[in-house]
Design a protein around this ligand. Sequence first.
Ligand code: NAP
Length: 279
Amino acid sequence: MSDQKFVLAGVMGWPVAHSRSPVIHNHWIKQYGLNGAYVLLPVKPEKLEDAIRGLPALGFAGCNLTIPHKVSAMKLVDMVHPTAQRMGAINTIVVQPDGALHGFNNDGYGYLQSLKDAKPDWRADAGPALVLGAGGAARAVVLSLLDEGAPEVRLINRTRVKAQALADLFGERVKVLDWRDRNAAMAGAALLVNTTNQGMHGEPELDVVLDDLPVSALVSDAIYIPLETPLLAAARQRGNPTVNGLGMLLNQARPAFEAWFGVKPELSPALHLAIARTF
Ligand code: NAP
């Protein structure tokens, strides 16, 4: 038997059975010949503090957090990384050598990296970005685009006050427009991002018309089930380059895996296949 230390990590959520994270991390554990496991951690909201505080005693290197724990976990850790603080949520905890719990949010990193993987010459400063939605995914997307140098983010949400709340937090490069103006707002955009749940499996498709969007604009969707949403299919058919949400999911897992297991993992066709098999 290997004398290599056994490293444990997992994903805390409620419910959590749907999470694809075990497939991703256990794929890498096997690929890199590591001694460890990544497990599902179904934790009810009222038990979150006990579960998080128990991580060091149980020998966990850390964990991911998913619905509904991303916001409430913030106040239960000892340090929150400044980026996560600005996003208002953490999706990763790393247990430090002294047992302290540090919180991070890698969703924005994952999003930007997914664009760079799909289109290596993509630049945030190429022009205005139009972001539809103002929930958790939008926070990560908008903040990462601003930090990467986007000159303007047009933010449009069905419920305008939620978009305004994000604009108030993130500053004057975020311009809030009405939901009814979403089609006209595509004129001159270099990037269109869907962060609503519209187009996800079981939901109606996103109600937009792409006629005013430049054909050079990159169109991305945070959704990864299905891999090609009706929005991405329509964009592809008129000639726009497209990026689905799987790259965001896979890339946000990389910094966490590196922090826990000490290896920076690469994305491979075999991993894409392993995930695709779960859909
Ligand atoms: P969320 O916080 O619940 O936000 C949902 C958003 O969808 C809100 O902006 C909401 O608008 C909008 N919406 C809901 N129904 C709508 C409708 N009928 N018409 C127009 N807008 C509608 O969810 P989230 O966590 O941000 O997730 C959003 C999507 O991103 C999901 O599909 C999720 O799977 C995906 N996601 C992907 C990744 C990844 O790694 N690829 C990561 C996170 C999330 P209102 O404010 O008006 O309700």
